[in-house]
Each structure stands twice: as C-alpha cells, then as structure tokens.
Write a protein that binds this ligand. Structure first.
Ligand code: CIR
Length: 255
C-alpha cells in the first residue's frame, strides 16, 4: 500500500519526563528534536506530505502520535492509550484528525489500546495484548476496525516488550521483520518473517514507507540482511528516541 500523508508532532521540552521502563537517562531535547527533524525529512523523501503539529508540554510522550490514534485512508479511530499520563493525548489529536478524515470513530472504553500495539497488514490488523492494550480494548478496537471493513485479531506477543511493534514491523505487504521471540510465537499467518540477527532486537521497530525501509542506526547486520533481500534502507540516528522506549513507527500517523 502507498502512503501519501503523515502527521507528526514536535517533541515537547517535557520529553525529559517521558515514560521509560529502564532509565538510561533523560533524552537531550535539542538532540531529540534533531532526530525528529531528520525523521520528517526521511518521510518527505519517501514521498509523503508531512504535517507538523505543535508540541504539547502537558504530555511528555506526545511526540509518539502513533499511540492515541489509528489512521487509514477512509478514516481514523481514536484510541484509549493505556498509560494514565497518555490517555489525554487522544482529546488533543482528535480535532486534527476530524479536520483531515471524513469519518472518525472512537473507542469509548472501558478498555485500552495503544497504536504501538497495532500492526496493519493488507488483509489483517493484528492487535497485540500488552501492559497498555487489554483484552477489552482489543475487542472494542476490532469491532471498530470491522466498521471500516478490516479484519482485526488480538494476538499475544511474547513478554518483555512495551508494544507489539517494539518487536516487529511490516517491511513489505507480505513480510514482517521480527525478533526471534516474535517469530517463534508464530503470530502472523501467511506472512514471511525475516528474523532480526541476535543482539540486534532493538532494530525490529522499522518503518516501511513506500519504497523505503527506515531503521535505526547501529544495527549493521540487519541493514545488510534487508539490503541483501533487495530493500532500499534508510538509516536514522535514534539514540534519544530510544531512551524513551520508542522507535520509528511511533513518531507518525501515516495514510
Ligand atoms: C511510552 O512509554 O508510552 C513512550 N515512552 C514510548 C511510546 C512508544 N510508542 C510506540 O511504540 N508506538
């Protein structure tokens, strides 16, 4: 599928207070903003028109616009992020989505779902259960997906990752790049799985946009593996982004 547009948000100065499972220090905000600027540039080079929303200081993790909403060409779904400090991000982004999409559906709860747990493939939308996405939320999201004609199914990723897409990403319509643990869990029927070399698990949150696969810098064996398979790879420095347990897909909504 092709993407024409992307929505991103400037990292807030409050990103130093962003959630992180293991504290490897606060991100340097100037450097985080530089990484974000390079990311926007890479999206534009891949052929999408990038729109930049203003920083939200009240929400330290709001640069990760993927989590409060899910977008498709025909419409958007407002989600209910599972972290208490993030649930308010939905109301912030809702007007921006209503301006851009003819149909905007919304989860009403009581369940929760983060966009980072949602892997969209051409015929199935996989919703990973996690500390942020519970069974009730996944079931409500699957019902809303059905209104758009998509088949949503809940899957149980192996423990130890924040989101489903922390450990896998779609790199072609029929191929997922995944950690060994996700590959072994056999979550996806009918898709090829390209396994990330041991020791490079943190690269699994790649982002395919049109003809380009973006990956984080510092994972040479994965880069070589993708290039051998014929992918056109763009490498981006993400050191500050990764301090906040985030990666490439988290920073945009694409459609
Ligand atoms: C959080 O814990 O919510 C943020 N620090 C990171 C969110 C990453 N988002 C994503 O994987 N979609």
């Amino acid at each position: 599928c092709r993407f024409n547009r992307a929505l991103v948000r400037t990292p807030a100065a409050s990103a130093v207070d962003g959630l992180r499972a293991v504290d490897r220090g606060a991100p340097d905000v100037a450097e985080l903003r530089a990484e974000h600027a390079a990311y926007r540039e890479a999206l534009a080079t891949a052929g999408v028109a990038v729109e930049l929303l203003p920083a939200l200081e009240a929400f330290p993790d709001s640069v990760f616009v993927e989590d409060p909403a899910l977008v498709f060409a025909p419409g958007a779904i407002l989600l209910r992020p599972g972290a208490p400090t993030r649930i308010g991000e939905t109301a912030e982004i809702a007007p921006d989505l209503r301006l851009r999409f003819p149909v905007v559906l919304a989860m009403t709860g009581p369940g929760y779902a983060d966009g980072g747990d949602v892997l969209v493939t051409p015929d199935t939308v996989y919703v990973g259960l996690s500390a942020r996405t519970d069974r009730t939320g996944a079931a409500e999201l699957c019902d809303l997906l059905a209104e758009f004609g998509y088949r949503g199914i809940a899957v149980e990723p192996p423990a130890g990752v924040l989101h489903l897409k922390t450990a896998c990403s779609l790199v072609a319509d029929d191929c997922v790049l995944a950690t060994r643990a996700v590959a072994d869990a056999r979550l996806f029927d009918g898709l090829d799985v390209l396994v990330v070399p041991d020791g490079e698990e943190a690269v699994a949150n790649a982002l395919r946009v049109n003809e380009t696969v973006m990956i984080a810098d510092g994972f040479p064996r994965t880069r070589a593996l993708l290039e051998e398979r014929g992918y056109s790879v763009t490498v981006l420095k993400l050191d500050e982004v990764m301090k906040l347990d985030a990666g490439l897909s988290c920073m945009s909504l694409r459609w």
